[in-house]
Ligand binder design. Structure first.
Ligand code: CO8
Length: 260
């Protein structure tokens, strides 16, 4: 495994855990940190021994946003030419395997956006979600205006993004559906890993197809989405795991999936 400066990685069974580890800057997302996240994500996505990924930070901060000090003097032309942010976030949105964010503490700006790029968000009860970019003279740049609006609706998303000072605590985030479960901070990672392990034990092909199909709900109209879903549903019958899953049910035993 490669050595990283700003993240830690760990594998527990079929679950990979990526921990952002830049504590002095509250995990501010600089280019090196994103390079390492992307590198770890693509390794785990291509590793057939891994079925799900957990992304987490520290108790104080999941991530306090893009690194303001690193980007403050950059200019439009260079940002444009280097596709600033675009290449940071490509890998995570291309992940075929499920990725679960375990958010303790601050998830602000790019940190909130990073959590929203994940498939499921679990939060510690001290978590704070916000999009403060407007206070810096800029706007969310990695999906905040789109994914937050889908998650919490227009009025709350506008209020958060336009004021830059209305944040959601963990319970509010759950009441809007941004977060699916809230835990005490010290239990969060353990509970997130449990859910990841549960997913990673299912047939990997149907898990990835299910993720693809759910994501199309944000891209397609209903009839196209239903068509997409039905074709993938039919395709699962080409897998060993569908035969195993249904045989196990009929024989009243637990399935033993081989991820093929
Ligand atoms: N960038 C750079 N450094 C940061 C950042 C950041 N976003 N956030 C915190 N730090 C640094 C501080 O500068 C400080 O460093 P130092 O000790 O050298 O002064 C250290 O982390 C600790 O921070 P504080 O002393 O400020 O800690 P507090 O507990 O007083 O405050 C806060 C915590 C409220 C989180 C505060 O640090 C804060 O407001 N941070 C900035 C939050 C913010 O505005 N985030 C949005 C950034 S813009 C953005 O994300 C654009 C989106 C682009 C997409 C990104 C791709 C996924």
């Amino acid at each position: 495994a490669p050595t990283y400066n700003m993240i830690k990685t760990e594998v527990q069974g079929r679950v990979a855990i990526i921990t952002l580890n830049r504590p002095k800057a509250l995990n501010a997302l600089c280019s090196e940190l994103f390079y390492e996240i992307n590198d770890a994500l693509s390794r785990f996505d291509n590793d057939s021994g891994i079925g799900a990924v957990v992304l987490t930070g520290s108790e104080r901060a999941f991530a306090a946003g893009a690194d303001i000090k690193e980007m403050k003097d950059t200019e439009f032309v260079n940002n444009y030419k280097s596709n600033f942010l675009g290449h940071w976030v490509e890998q995570i949105s291309k992940m075929r395997k499920p990725i679960i964010a375990a958010v303790n503490g601050y998830a602000l700006g790019g940190g909130c956006e990073l959590a929203m790029m994940c498939d499921i968000i679990y939060a510690g009860d001290k978590a704070v979600f916000g999009q403060p970019e407007i206070n810096l003279g800029t706007i969310p740049g990695a999906g905040g205006t789109q994914r937050l609006t889908h998650a919490v609706g227009k009025s709350k998303a506008m209020e958060m993004i336009l004021t830059g000072s209305v944040n959601l605590d963990a319970q509010e985030a759950m009441s809007y559906g941004l977060v699916s479960k809230v835990f005490p901070p010290e239990k969060l990672l353990e509970e997130t890993i449990k859910t990841a392990a549960k997913i990673a034990a299912k047939g990997a092909v149907s898990v990835q197809m299910a993720k693809e199909a759910v994501n199309q709900a944000y891209e397609l109209n209903l009839s196209s989405g239903l068509h997409f879903e039905r074709r993938l549903f039919q395709a699962t019958f080409a897998t060993k795991d569908q035969k195993e899953g249904m045989a196990a049910f009929a024989e009243k035993r637990k399935p033993d999936f081989v991820h093929e």
